[in-house]
Design a protein around this ligand. Structure first.
Ligand SMILES: Nc1ncnc2c1ncn2[C@@H]1O[C@H](COP(=O)(O)OP(=O)(O)OP(=O)(O)O)[C@@H](O)[C@H]1O
Ligand SMILES: [Mg+2]
Length: 370
């Protein structure tokens, strides 16, 4: 594997009095596709700039394959960056843009030609070499920027929201291509985004950041299914987030919890719990079933509630329902339109409905001991 192992240990960054990064430590494996995900202003670009060498940390270290590179200037690090704006030279052809880093190294012409062609092929622009950046689409321009960033064969590629200037469909497409490029060249990718769909769809692992801190690191599956922090539960996807008190611990994986205004529900838990603990639970809207008919023969530990449809949003592939189960409690529920003909009764605004879900689909995020 050509990629580097990247270890960031205890990095702090102050801009004057402002504490932009708070003891950030992450460990990125050789060849990993690793994403930094978080809302605007949480410190993603700052962390990336510290890895690239455009910014010094106030304290802490950045280790590439075990060597601290903090004293090493940016242009001497085996790291390259693709930015949000394409930053191509407008007066140079696509070929010369990609060739630029090789020209700086005074590589001889014939070798430049072969190498640039190889990288234009990698980003699927084999015939566009003679064009100027202005003659390309946004997606094509960003591919030129990627080819230019890769041509010196860095061991780490940093990508700072490289697709955010593109429309949603093209972004999807470019993401798949980026993933293919990553698979092909096998170096370490560190990908910054505030778009959770983007991060979940391509990353090996994701670090979720909030206000200068890394709050959870995990695979996309772990981040989505078992958030370890209330911020992560809310930031990734939509959810129902409710608080209650444990009334019974069932085996080592389940509990019964009393929720004010809702009643008693079965939940999944992987933390040491005791009766009387206050817990916060997340239940994803797509895990909840909804019907105007009462379901028959539900298992022992299924949760069933009855309510009225307060609001309903149709969006083609699915409908989103806001189901009021009491004066003060509302659940959001998604129903996928999987069949061409509706095999279930249509549900309308103000209808009485039943909602139900499995005990395993309510996940305990936070525990507070009394
Ligand atoms: N040079 C600087 N001087 C002062 N404050 C800065 C500087 N650079 C960044 N900041 C502040 O640090 C915080 C983190 O900025 P950063 O650019 O890393 O955020 P980000 O997560 O990349 O956000 P976005 O998603 O909007 O790009 C912000 O509050 C920003 O205002
Ligand atoms: Mg940024």
């Amino acid at each position: 594997m050509k990629g580097s192992h990247v270890a960031i240990t205890g990095v702090e960054k102050y801009f004057g009095d402002f504490h932009a990064l708070k003891s950030v430590s992450v460990d990125i494996k050789k060849g990993e596709f690793y994403s930094l995900l978080g809302p605007s202003g949480c410190g993603k670009t700052t962390l990336l700039r510290i890895i690239a060498g455009f910014e010094d940390p106030s304290s802490g270290a950045v280790l590439l394959d075990g060597q601290n590179v903090v004293p090493v200037p940016a242009n001497k690090r085996p790291v390259n960056t693709v930015f949000q704006s394409y930053a191509l030279f407008p007066h140079l052809t696509v070929f010369e843009n990609v060739a630029f880093p090789l020209r700086l190294r005074k590589m001889e012409n014939a070798a430049v030609k072969t190498k640039v062609q190889e990288f234009l092929e990698l980003v699927k622009l084999p015939k566009e070499g003679k064009k100027l950046p202005a003659q390309l689409s946004g997606g094509q321009r960003q591919r030129v920027a990627i080819a230019r960033a890769l041509i010196n064969e860095p061991s780490v590629l940093l990508l700072d929201e490289p697709l955010s200037a593109l429309d949603a469909k093209l972004r999807q497409h470019m993401l798949i291509e980026l993933d293919a490029i990553h698979d092909k060249i096998g170096i370490t990718f560190i990908y910054v985004t505030h778009d959770q769909q983007e991060a979940l769809s391509v990353s090996d692992r994701v670090a979720v950041m909030n206000e200068g801190e890394v709050v959870q690191v995990g695979t996309p599956f772990e981040i989505y299914e078992s958030p370890s922090d209330p911020f992560v539960a809310h930031f990734i996807g939509e959810t129902n987030y409710i608080g209650g008190t444990v009334t019974e611990v069932i085996g080592d994986k389940h509990a019964k919890v009393d929720f004010p205004d809702i009643g008693s529900l079965f939940v999944y838990q992987d933390k040491p719990l005791a009766v009387g603990d206050k817990v916060k639970v997340t239940i994803r809207p797509e895990k909840i079933r909804i019907s105007s008919d009462k379901p028959s023969a539900l298992g022992d530990q299924m949760n069933l509630l009855e309510g009225g449809v307060d609001e309903l949003i149709y969006s083609g592939f699915q409908s989103k329902f806001f189901v009021r189960v009491s004066e003060r409690a509302t659940f959001r529920v998604f129903r996928q339109h999987v069949k061409f003909f509706m095999d279930e009764k249509a549900i309308n605004w103000k209808d009485r409905v039943f909602i139900w879900w499995n005990d395993n689909d309510g996940y305990v995020v936070e525990v507070e001991k009394p």
